[in-house]
Design a protein around this ligand. Structure first.
Ligand code: FAD
Length: 501
């Protein structure tokens, strides 16, 4: 008999599974796909086409790596790389968090004043990220009824915030609701510098650099990357999932792939197991879902088993996928410089790209992030809205691929002639293949009214649901999105409190 069933084998699920197995629970993880890792999988799309399918880089929180002793299970090394903004006139802007000479010289070519301000900006961003990190590791209470035990971690978070000093605390809080433009205008005069930072703010979010709240997404992405550029994992991001799976098995846990869950089974308003699409039923006194909250609650549990207001709140979670991915298999002569490359020449260009998403159109002049892995060049494309107006993704795929290749080739002249094959993933593919409702990679937008104690919805940020012993652990709950593992760890700790009783 299993003590806990976990739905999905994304990184958050695997982190939760490991914490529970480490605490002596018999854990079974059920994944619908044939491989583990969720959005952080490294996979093949045909001969020579092995690549990090979606997410270009990142790292689990170091305390999670240590807690779970992942180094012993093949946890991969990683290194942060610069963000390089490629401009139409051939110039490049290089940004790193360590403010090395190359970075300062590069910024100085656009503005001497901005170059001087860069180290202070990095210090501010690191401080903001550390506050967010502390918030993400603090379980949020179910407002408005905060119990003493839930209030204590919150009090500690408040102390941490105070520890920043009154002036810095004020600056971080003030920056959260700002737009990326407003925030960067306070620091920099060069539009090229502002745009490069603005691209980090909108990465993965359906927001423009002029949208309120992009200050928050900038801090979130800075935290998850450890700076402006990605942390690239040696041998591919999938090695993180491999290490988590190895650690889970060593702790006696089990993973079953190609095992899609169709329903959460209930017994008198309490989760009692799951039914797979195959019809097989598996019992467990505790079920945790790492799938997104909408899919979990509306598809796997079902509205009839939930209170009407809760159903309404779940339906209202804003899922607004507008990211597509275009992978190019090249002959190797693409001549890409090393780094996280972005096509985001001006704040106005990114904002216009976002405007298209508002009107259900694929951006004609998109914001791109381009990364290379050997012969494979991967293009992260924004904005490609899930819900197109007057078009279908079956026809729009060709349009997406053409725009992506042309836009990338406009700053990388040798790219086009090196392309041998193209594989693209539209927002519909993100939903169909990766199980992301409306193609939303964060399992719910990272916006101010869906953060902290409002994630996934107000009053339900403590990983619990109205169904007893059904918990949520994926990127859609407090601590997510991103691949830090914070949501998975927080969920496991919440489950252990219940399971110990
Ligand atoms: C293009 C792209 C770029 C990104 N870039 C960044 C970035 O720069 N920075 C960042 O922080 N984050 C980024 N992300 C987001 C990040 O990858 C995710 O937040 C993170 O991987 C989520 O992990 P998770 O475990 O919460 O969920 P997921 O990885 O989504 O895992 C959920 C798992 O549940 C499975 N599942 C769903 N339904 C069922 C079911 N019924 N039965 C069984 N299994 C089921 C799914 O198949 C999946 O494996 C990006 C994502 C994408 C798509």
């Amino acid at each position: 008999m299993n003590d806990v069933i976990i739905i999905g084998a994304g990184l958050n699920s695997l982190v939760a599974a490991n914490y529970l197995a480490k605490a002596g629970k018999r854990v079974l993880v059920l994944e619908r796909r044939a491989l583990a890792g969720g959005q952080a999988a490294t996979e093949s799309f045909g001969d020579g086409f092995r690549v990090d399918a979606l997410h270009a880089g990142g790292q689990l929180r170091s305390d999670i790596v240590a807690d779970l002793d992942l180094e012993r299970h093949g946890f991969p090394a990683s290194a942060s790389e610069p963000l390089i903004s490629l401009l139409p006139d051939g110039r490049q802007l290089r940004l790193t968090a360590d403010s090395d000479n190359d970075t300062l010289t590069s910024i100085g070519a656009f503005s001497k004043r901005d170059s001087e301000r860069w180290p202070d900006f990095v210090a501010f961003m690191n401080q903001a990220a550390s506050f967010l990190d502390a918030a993400y590791r603090t379980p949020m209470p179910r407002l408005p009824n905060v119990s003493l035990s839930e209030g204590l971690p919150l009090a500690r978070l408040a102390m941490k915030l105070r520890g920043l000093g009154a002036r810095d605390m004020f600056r971080v809080i003030r920056a959260l609701p700002m737009s990326a433009l407003e925030l960067t205008e306070e620091w920099f005069e060069s539009d090229v510098v502002r745009a490069a930072i603005g691209s980090v703010a909108v990465h993965g979010a359906t927001l423009g650099p002029m949208s309120a709240g992009a200050g928050y997404t900038l801090m979130h992405n800075w935290l998850n990357r450890g700076g402006p550029g990605h942390t690239r994992v040696e041998g591919g991001l999938g090695r993180i999932a491999d290490a988590l799976v190895a650690a889970l098995k060593a702790r006696g846990g089990q993973l079953r792939t190609s095992a899609p869950v169709q329903a959460v089974l209930t017994d008198d308003q309490r989760a009692s197991g799951v039914r797979l699409v195959s019809g097989e039923e598996i019992a467990a006194p505790i079920v945790i879902s790492g799938a997104d909250p909408r899919h979990t609650l509306l598809d796997l549990v079902g509205a009839p088993y939930l209170p009407p207001e809760f159903v309404w709140a779940t339906q209202s979670i804003k899922m607004r996928g507008s990211v597509a991915k275009v992978h190019l298999l090249t002959d190797g002569a693409h001549a890409l410089p090393d780094g996280t490359l972005v096509v985001a020449p001006s704040v106005r260009t990114i904002e216009r790209a976002y405007d298209s998403a508002k009107y259900g159109q694929t951006s004609l002049e998109p914001y791109l992030e381009i990364t290379a892995n050997g012969k494979v060049v991967s293009i992260h494309f924004q904005f490609a809205p899930y819900a197109l107006r007057g078009a279908e993704w079956s026809q729009e795929r060709a349009v997406l691929e053409r725009i992506a290749v042309d836009a990338a080739a406009s700053v990388l002249p040798q790219l086009k002639s090196s392309i041998r094959e193209i594989r693209s993933l539209t927002p519909l593919d993100l939903e169909a293949t990766y199980g992301l409702t409306e193609g939303d990679l964060n399992h719910g937008q990272l916006i101010l009214d869906q953060m902290l104690f409002m994630r996934p919805m107000p009053g339900w940020s403590n990983h619990k649901t109205p169904m007893d012993h059904l918990f949520l652990c994926g990127g859609g709950v407090h601590g997510g999105g991103g691949i830090s593992g914070a949501a998975g760890r927080n969920a496991a700790l919440a489950v252990l409190k219940v399971a110990r009783r």
